[in-house]
Design a protein around this ligand. Structure first.
Ligand code: AHR
Length: 672
């Protein structure tokens, strides 16, 4: 039995602190971490675990929301190391800027310019390198390191010793070339890997592919393409991808693993405001993001102000959802951007475009758009079952008319598709049909705590709620504080209690590249080679077994201390088929609380051999994690020595605590 407990511990990402002799000691240690705790009166926590009171929780209650914000995808989850790989970021007019590519060599040795000479119709710009120097010329010899261009990636490329990198570039030249493609340190002095292309003529555009194995490590590297031979060369669509991406699908391994560790029930994408675009011209348009990566035009993310090559496109979002075991939720463009919108006469074509997108995702491999998906390597349909008609446009005068057109067309072609409106169904009956309504909750910590009751009094008859964006923001939140995480935990406990009318919830934003913070706080922080979860990320780990779990009503009571919230559910470990009773207790106040827990009505006994206790707390409410202290605020796990139907525990101030109590196998009911 202990093996099983250890297995759970090792599979979780919490900090395992070993086996204490007395669970109370660990609790006291946690309490001592907090400043001058007082002690509240004893509280009681009664759980009615009988099958007659039990309720099945939604399969996809807690999920994730990915938005291309803060360089979450480009320069983040999407593992491509080259930034502006097709030289398109400067626009279609030439000459255009080609940042962040930088010239190597001075103007007397090399002239760089942009031309519309690309072989790719949708992204015409290519880079022309006129090399004036030559290693054999007496009058203008090239400098010893050669001349050319380098790309620093997104604030430096992470190159690791022994790792293999797939390099692709498209090239054209007037005469035979002598080119060196290398990965170097940011000043070019440390050569980490190199490949030579010598003696070949590329009179027309040619695709050149090779692998580079790094012989050194540097998290601030760059890609250099240099030569010491005079002549003219054109470059286009240059890519460097690590060969070991998540499930081989191009996602940065460490970041995708953090997502999959949350066991998300769904993945909402691609935004947020990003899906609307500041203007229609710059909105995410799915058709421009599918097919071979070289042929994607890329687009300017005018909401969060950066270029994206759209390597992370519609197909990749669907693939990511599948790879992390989540259902995709596509937020479509409904014809309304933040600053402009379509003329009603264009609406049919936008509706058609969405139907094409659904066919791409789940149509037969021989259908028009399903075949494009199949060509991309996924003949089987993706499980697209949820569509959000936009993001936050309900107050726009045209929203309802547009919504109804999309709704009717989608439902008649795909009756099983669940359609989400972004008009708030919690404040009254909606005037249009919908399966779910989308709600975004950004607020202070104290207000978020009080929102634990938000859904208690809402009608049980309307469409279900999808809280697709929630976060404590503002001063309380910093870049991700303990207090923000605890207040969000209160909110999620309220969602669990109301999961008869709340079907889905996800925090926002999910990712931030530390070099481009556009929105605070975020669940996962990263740079080129490191990453950490904020307290909110760790808080969400306490809720990862709620999807498909069985909810048990409970009461938690104490005099004069309105800071305790709790929930109880049973969940099954899909690997071992073992069942656990999970108790979560939030203490949002400054006192330690002696808590008497009592579980009644269980049809099986709680294994006396213990369970696992996890505690998320820290010494200060404003404590945050950082690259230096990535797990300063992270759950501490211990084995709980004496479990049973009645337990007395001490709950630390300002903490979220969970107990996973193993249920004895022999008496398990087959279902609740
Ligand atoms: O999560 C950040 C932004 O907040 C989203 O893009 C938008 O939907 C919300 O206003």
């Amino acid at each position: 039995m202990e093996m099983e407990t250890e297995e759970i511990l090792s599979r979780s990402n919490f900090i395992w602190k070993g086996w204490p002799s007395f669970d109370a000691i660990t609790l006291l240690q946690v309490i001592r971490k907090c400043q001058n705790p007082t002690q509240a009166q004893s509280a009681t926590f009664n759980v009615d675990a009988s099958s007659k009171s039990a309720r099945a929780m939604p399969d996809n209650l807690f999920g994730i929301f990915f938005e291309e914000i803060n360089h979450a995808g480009a320069g983040g989850l999407w593992a491509e190391l080259v930034s502006n790989r097709g030289f398109e970021a400067g626009g279609k007019n030439t000459p255009s800027i080609f940042d962040p590519w930088v010239q190597i060599g001075n103007d007397s040795n090399i002239i760089l310019s942009t031309e519309r000479t690309s072989i790719f119709e949708r992204n015409e710009i290519a880079l022309k390198l006129e090399v004036l120097c030559d290693k054999n010329a007496k009058s203008n010899p090239c400098p010893s390191q050669g001349v050319g261009v380098y790309n620093p990636g997104f604030w430096g490329m992470n190159i690791e010793r022994g790792r293999l990198y797939n390099v692709v570039l498209h090239i054209m030249s007037v005469k035979s070339v002598d080119i060196s493609v290398s990965l170097t340190s940011s000043d070019g002095s440390q050569n980490l890997a190199q490949h030579s292309i010598k003696g070949q003529k590329f009179l027309g555009w040619s695709k050149v592919e090779f692998k580079l194995r790094a012989r050194g490590t540097n998290s601030n590297s760059r890609l250099q393409i240099t030569t010491s031979k005079s002549g003219t060369i054109w470059l286009d669509q240059v890519s460097v991808m690590p060969s070991d991406t998540f499930k081989g699908h191009g996602f940065r391994n460490d970041l995708a693993s953090m997502l999959s560790d949350l066991k998300p029930g769904f993945l909402r994408f691609p935004g947020g405001s990003y899906s609307q675009g500041g203007t229609l011209m710059n909105a995410f348009r799915w058709k421009s993001t599918v097919g071979p990566w070289e042929q994607r035009p890329g687009h300017f993310n005018d909401i969060w102000n950066y270029w994206t090559d759209d390597g992370l496109g519609f197909f990749e979002f669907l693939q990511l959802a599948e790879d992390i075991g989540a259902l995709p939720v596509w937020v479509i463009h409904n014809g309304i951007s933040l600053n402009d919108q379509i003329n009603p006469s264009s609406l049919p074509s936008f509706v058609e475009d969405v139907l094409d997108g659904i066919e791409f995702a789940r149509g037969d491999a021989h259908s028009t758009w399903g075949s494009v998906r199949a060509e991309m390597g996924h003949p089987n349909p993706f499980k697209l079952r949820y569509i959000s008609i936009g993001n936050q446009e309900c107050l726009n005068g045209n929203y309802r008319a547009n919504y109804l057109k999309f709704y009717t067309a989608i439902k008649s072609a795909y009756p099983d598709m669940k359609v989400v409106t972004n008009c708030d169904g919690s404040i009254g009956k909606l005037d249009h049909p919908a399966d779910l309504y989308d709600l975004h909750v950004y607020t202070s910590a104290s207000d978020m705590f009080s929102k634990a009751q938000l859904f208690d009094k809402i009608s049980r008859n309307g469409p279900k709620a999808f809280v697709s964006e929630y976060a404590v923001t503002g001063n309380d939140a910093g870049k991700g504080t303990l207090v923000a995480a605890l207040a969000e935990a209160a909110f999620l406990l309220g969602l669990e209690r109301n999961s008869d009318i709340v079907e889905m919830a996800s925090c926002a934003p999910l990712f931030v590249n530390d070099n481009d913070r556009r929105f605070n706080p975020d669940a996962i922080v990263f740079n080129s080679d490191a990453q950490f979860g904020t307290p909110s990320y760790w808080m969400q780990q306490f809720f990862k077994y709620s999807n498909s779990a069985t909810y048990h009503p409970s009461t938690i009571q104490v005099s004069n201390y309105p800071y305790l919230l709790a929930s109880a559910l049973t969940w099954e470990d899909t690997n071992s088929r073992r069942k656990y009773l999970k108790l979560k207790i939030l203490n949002y106040g400054s006192a330690a609380v002696p808590l008497n827990m009592s579980m009644s009505g269980l049809e099986t006994t709680i294994s006396s051999n213990g369970g696992i206790q996890a505690v998320l707390t820290s010494s200060k409410l404003s404590d945050e994690n950082s690259f230096q202290e990535p797990k300063k605020v992270a759950p501490v796990l211990t084995k709980f020595a004496k479990a049973g139907g009645k337990m007395s525990v001490m709950i630390a101030p300002y903490s979220l605590t969970s107990f996973d109590l193993l249920l004895d196998k022999q008496n398990l009911r087959s279902s609740i």
